[in-house]
Design a protein around this ligand. Structure first.
Ligand SMILES: C[S@@+](CC[C@H](N)C(=O)[O-])C[C@H]1O[C@@H](n2cnc3c(N)ncnc32)[C@H](O)[C@@H]1O
Length: 224
């Protein structure tokens, strides 16, 4: 599943036709409980699920699956160059790191020539709106251009949740600078079957403004 709209890979085929996933080495970045890796393994791919959070990987372990779980930072991937045919991330790592360009460079390094990286994140336009599912979530309240991170702190003033904003231009610039090529930018529309309201996500907002951006990138086949 690429995002709260409910677009799934069976429908989107952003990693390629499911029948071509068989035998492919796939890195899932910011895997959380590794639901994408579990689906990839069921298609015959050879996923590796990576997350910084040991706790998330414990959930992955509890749910089960016969693929490696790796606890590491997406900005320092513990893999040799050209180790994977594909990489993917559904809202993993990239929105939460101060230097997403570093993650993209790392993904470029571990992908084989011609390899593909597909990642989703909150659509940058959402930064300008309150994170509310109702009509109050439809009025611009902040600058789209303000890159100050959103930070939640505990009682001792320690950051417990941080989300970084990149404008659409920033994201594209980071992708291009990493050496990857952007081949598509998918903005899933809110489907009529999805009546769920969750956090700031709702049919009301989903029908009017995009919520998720999915970046489809490739590493060139030649030497780069
Ligand atoms: C919103 S969750 C998405 C999880 C999963 N992909 C999903 O679709 O449910 C974001 C995940 O990114 C992970 N993450 C955040 N920063 C990371 C980093 N620097 N390296 C690797 N994983 C990171 C978090 O631990 C968390 O599991």
């Amino acid at each position: 599943m690429w995002g709260p709209e409910g677009l799934d890979e069976v429908e989107a085929e952003l990693l390629g036709p499911p029948e071509e996933l068989k035998g492919k080495d796939v890195l899932e970045i910011g895997a959380g409980a590794a639901q994408c890796s579990r689906w990839l393994a069921a298609q015959g791919a050879r996923p590796v699920a990576l997350d910084l959070s040991h706790r998330q990987l414990q959930h992955a372990l509890r749910i089960g699956g016969s693929f490696p779980l790796v606890c590491a930072d997406a900005g320092a991937l513990p893999f040799a160059d050209a180790s994977f045919d594909l990489a993917c991330s559904a809202y993993g790592a990239l929105p939460f790191v101060a230097d997403p360009a570093l993650v993209l460079r790392e993904v470029h390094r571990v992908l084989r020539p011609g390899g593909r990286f597909v990642f989703s994140a909150t659509h940058p336009i959402r930064w300008a709106f309150p994170d509310e599912p109702g009509p109050e979530g439809l009025t611009v309240s902040a600058s789209y251009f303000d890159r100050t991170p959103y930070v939640e702190q505990d009682d001792d003033g320690r950051a417990v949740y941080v989300e970084h904003h990149r404008t659409l231009g920033d994201r594209i610039r980071d992708i291009v600078a990493s050496g990857l090529r952007l081949v598509d930018l998918v903005e899933p529309e809110w489907p009529s079957w999805n009546t769920a309201e969750w956090g700031g996500w709702s049919p009301l907002r989903g029908n009017l403004i995009p919520g998720t951006a999915i970046y489809v990138c490739e590493r060139d086949r030649g030497r780069d």
